[in-house]
Structure formats: structure tokens, C-alpha cells
Design a protein around this ligand. Structure first.
Ligand code: HBI
Length: 98
């Protein structure tokens, strides 16, 4: 099954359920910033996401400084958003209930 780019309506529906995420200005991508107790917690989060990403062959674009992690999700293969970004965002929300 080839990876499909989300339609505008699918994007709207997905973001309605991903309230902690927002669209990146000028790019079909979604972003979220997470703040943890300390670096140890932040890196533990990143480790869990990294294992998920490698298992699902879908990797985040992210920036970390100390206890803050800025995550951006998009699918290079479709130059936009796909179901893989929605599922990775859902996983991130589940493991980081803040
Ligand atoms: N991660 N975010 C993201 N987008 C992709 O298109 C992607 C990926 N990880 C691996 C991957 N694609 C492989 O299928 C190859 O295209 C590199």
C-alpha cells in the first residue's frame, strides 16, 4: 500500500484530535514543544520516540536543549503529512501526558 498524502480535510480532522500540535507556518508539517522535569526525563522521552521511529520507519525532526524538546513531523516521501505523522503524534501524546 503506497503512502498517501493527507487531504486538507483529513489534516483538519487529525489536528482536531491533536490539540497540543499546530501547523508549521508555510509548510505541511505539525509541531509541538514539550518541556520535561530535566534533561534525564527529556532524553528518556526521546529514546522512546527514537525506538518507535525506527520500528515504524518514520522519524521526527527535533531539537533538544536541556529539558525542552521541539518536535516537527512531516513525511518526506509525500512532501506533506501522512497517516504516519498522525500516528507518531498520537504516540508522543500518549507517552508524554503532560
Ligand atoms: N521519516 N519523517 C519521515 N518521513 C519519511 O518520508 C521517511 C522517514 N523515515 C524513513 C523513510 N522515510 C524511509 O522510508 C526512506 O524514505 C528513507
Amino acid at each position: 500500500m503506497t503512502l498517501q498524502k493527507l487531504t486538507a480535510q483529513e489534516q483538519t480532522d487529525a489536528l482536531a484530535k491533536l490539540s497540543a500540535w499546530s501547523l508549521v507556518d508555510g509548510r505541511e508539517a505539525i509541531k509541538r514543544t514539550l518541556t520535561f522535569k530535566d534533561f534525564n526525563e527529556a532524553f528518556g522521552f526521546m529514546s522512546r520516540v527514537a525506538l518507535y521511529a525506527d520500528k515504524h520507519d518514520h522519524h521526527p525532526e527535533w531539537f533538544n536543549v536541556y529539558n525542552r524538546v521541539e518536535v516537527t513531523l512531516a513525511t518526506h516521501d509525500v512532501q506533506g503529512l501522512s497517516i504516519r505523522d498522525v500516528k507518531l503524534a498520537q504516540f508522543i501524546d500518549e507517552i508524554s501526558k503532560q
